[in-house]
Design a protein around this ligand. Sequence first.
Ligand code: SF4
Length: 431
Amino acid sequence: MGKVYIRTFGCQMNTYDSERIASIFNEMGFSYTENPEEADFAVINTCSVREKPQQKVKSEIGRLKRVNGIKIGVCGCVAQQEGEKFLDNFKDVSFVFGTDAIGRLYEIIDLVQKGQRVCDTSTNEGEISIPSFSRETSVSAFVTIMKGCDNFCSYCIVPYVRGREKSRKAEEIIREINYLVENGVREITLLGQNVNSYGKNLDENINFPKLLYMVNDIKEVKRIRFVTSHPKDFSDELIEAMIENEKVMPYLHLPLQAGSDNILKKMNRKYSYGEYLEKVAKAKERIPGLALSSDFIVGFPGETDADFEDTLRAIEEIEYETIFAFKYSPRPKTKAFNLEDNIPDDIKSSRLDALLKKQEKITRKLMKKYLGQICEVLVEGMSKKDDSIYSGRNPQNRIVNFKSNKNIKTGDLVSVKIMEAKKNSLFGLSV
Ligand code: SF4
């Protein structure tokens, strides 16, 4: 039996795609290995949203090519963008496949095994291929409901490499979720570049809030999460659906990106800070215990000290539990690529640092509010550091490690009293 090693860069969409790639290799008789040294095939799932992960691909190829006889494949956004150029520039790469070609991987692997070098970056304008149903399951699973994006934020490469928005049919999504729960999954994360656009290009009368009701009706599903929501499409109807469907967790990732209207406009985000704040305030007021998270870009072209101050003020005002922040890097093809990248790197770094430091204080303060609370934890297994301690997540997606003398199984929902708030996790006792 051959072995496959997969290295994934980038977002959750890529993580999900890597799972599908692993399951196709599995169906073709390959087992998965964490050790590239023993692999017959290696797949690098690339991300082109920022420059750094793109550079890492080259060093990964350099590392892998030293493994005797290994066949190296490259997929994901960089592969979609570069296509044949990858095969021309990297003689050690045997196959390149795009984001729409995962369903054709069976044929690609077959050709590579016969000694051919293959490039398949053709796009499939039809339905999103149905994920393989043989992937290994755990307590939580991602389910793609749509892909692509029509928003064209000025800094973002996604609409160019992942294409326009395409939604999967609801019945296909429900079928996949039914399969997953039959195999032990209890928490479903609905995944899309902009889940709030779900259904727009389908004939059926469906949108994202309606889909939440359908998933909530599946008996064995215990928890529902979703990423990512675009703030401009975040609606009252969605807030209602989050309240009415008890399995939808009180966690919302709503990327603000910048606190300054001037920068938001240049980013083509299509909302002002005031509009964003209004939506978030309503969601916080209506959804008990809501935890918020967000993405930020610092050092966007033309970002002044005052613009950046607006971002600092925003995180203080909104009080996110978590943020993901990055320094701006220009991406070819995007609109912002034509703007002068005029913020020196040391200023970008110091702004990033200041933002993360401020967030650390906010997170510390918010973690303390869990002390003494009794929360429901979905058990994912034993703690990696200590096998006498159980580990899972609370509704707000925080890791909770806890002790218990009850007979607890993975996938159980357990009530835990929080005794200690650490930097990024909580500790408690089952009650
Ligand atoms: S919403 Fe904007 S940032 Fe998100 S994928 Fe679409 S273009 Fe990119």
